[in-house]
Design a protein around this ligand. Structure first.
Ligand SMILES: Cc1cc2nc3c(=O)[nH]c(=O)nc-3n(C[C@H](O)[C@H](O)[C@H](O)COP(=O)(O)OP(=O)(O)OC[C@H]3O[C@@H](n4cnc5c(N)ncnc54)[C@H](O)[C@@H]3O)c2cc1C
Length: 339
């Protein structure tokens, strides 16, 4: 039998990574549910991130990548493997070789990013450039939080990312999920993403190759990791952009139960229906098990009102699925990923 992987095994190959054994996943998911991961790792830069993933692949270790954990439901018994968070990929001083050259196909031959732009990527996780053949390009690391990226894009008078400002995930999670809201989605503005493939090699996949569709992408199906992504936007009016973002955030605060733990919309939108409407019409608003319930503010959300457990969440989810299927003949499919 294989020996259990220990923190020191990883520390040997990535000495500055933050590593914890038996780390509760309730601390790293917005649902605030989930038992311990055998190992939890926040690599300190993209290089060490890639090194760790390759080491785990080569040694046949079980691992799972997380961003902000805002679309995840983790079991109470936890995860018997390694969780690797991309959060710090967004900002690290050591990440000099950030892969911009891999995006050459989108850039002009002589494009050289100036020192300030490089510095900004290294410390902040993004680059805004309007100097590339007149295109307004934004290049950002997978670990950057969408709200921060949306603000930076707005401040630079670029329009097309307003929809993402209130989605509480990272860019990598958003590309993987083809996240979207209020009529916009990642598919509308992305040009390509730099990805670690299943064999450990790194390649830029074009928008077409990413196969983005409703809350889905090739990343989910192919044991791949998003490292960073390139976007193109139109110039817009800063005040209009910021005002749209404020409006959308207000809508969220009005309609969504943001005061409780959740993973956002629990179910995907079934074709021709709205999940929340079906759930409400089935009389399931407020249906609960333990501290987990169908939100009485927005029935598309299953929320954790206190000390909710995975078993409670599954009781609620299964009951909702069965009731909606019995009443309306519609099969609800989970949008939330179960780990
Ligand atoms: C209050 C609330 C509101 C929400 N509103 C919306 C909304 O309006 N629209 C919407 O689309 N979603 C919404 N969500 C869901 C969620 O925020 C999005 O799906 C988000 O894109 C997930 O990003 P994350 O970084 O948290 O990913 P995680 O939850 O950490 O991971 C989600 C999936 O992506 C994978 N993943 C994450 N990062 C990477 C990477 N770098 N490479 C490869 N795989 C990766 C994980 O393995 C997992 O399968 C909401 C969630 C909450 C809690």
């Amino acid at each position: 039998m294989k020996n259990m992987l220990k923190a020191e095994d990883i520390q040997k190959i990535a000495e500055n990574a933050y590593i914890r054994e038996n780390e509760p996943m309730s601390k790293h998911t917005t649902f605030r549910i989930g038992g311990p991961a055998q190992l939890y790792i926040e690599p300190d830069c993209v290089e060490s991130f890639c090194k760790i993933v390759r080491f785990l692949k080569e040694n046949g270790e079980k691992y799972f990548i997380i961003g902000n954990g805002s679309n995840l439901l983790v079991k109470d018994e936890g995860y018997n493997g390694v969780i690797i968070s991309t959060r710090v990929n967004a900002s690290n001083k050591k990440n000099q070789n950030f892969g911009m050259d891999d995006y050459k196909v989108y850039l002009s031959e002589n494009e050289a990013l100036d020192k300030a732009a490089r510095e900004r990527f290294i410390t902040e996780g993004y680059i805004i450039s309007d100097s590339i053949e007149g295109k307004n390009l934004v290049f950002a690391a997978s670990g950057i939080i969408l709200a921060k990226l949306a603000n930076v894009i707005a401040e630079n008078e670029l329009t097309g990312f307003e929809f993402a400002g209130g989605i509480p995930g990272t860019l990598g999670g958003a590309v993987t999920m083809n996240a979207g809201a209020y009529g916009g989605e990642i598919k509308d503005c992305i040009l390509g993403a730099r990805v670690m493939l299943a064999d450990g090699s790194i390649k830029v996949l074009s928008k077409e190759e990413l196969k983005l569709s409703y809350r889905s992408s090739i990343i989910q199906k192919g044991d791949m990791v998003v490292l960073d992504a390139l976007f193109e936007f139109d110039k817009g009016n800063k005040e209009d952009i910021l005002s749209t973002m404020r409006e959308l955030n207000e809508k969220r605060r009005d309609k969504q139960p943001l005061e409780y733990g959740s993973a956002g919309s629990t179910f995907k939108r079934p074709e021709g229906y709205f999940a929340a409407k079906l759930i409400e019409d089935a009389g399931l608003k407020g249906y609960s098990s333990g501290d987990v319930m169908v939100s009485d503010k927005h029935s598309g959300f299953v929320v954790n009102t206190g000390n909710g457990k995975y078993a409670d969440a599954m009781n609620v989810i299964e009951h909702v699925k069965k009731t909606v299927a019995d009443k309306f003949g519609v099969e609800l499919e989970l949008e939330v990923k179960i780990l």
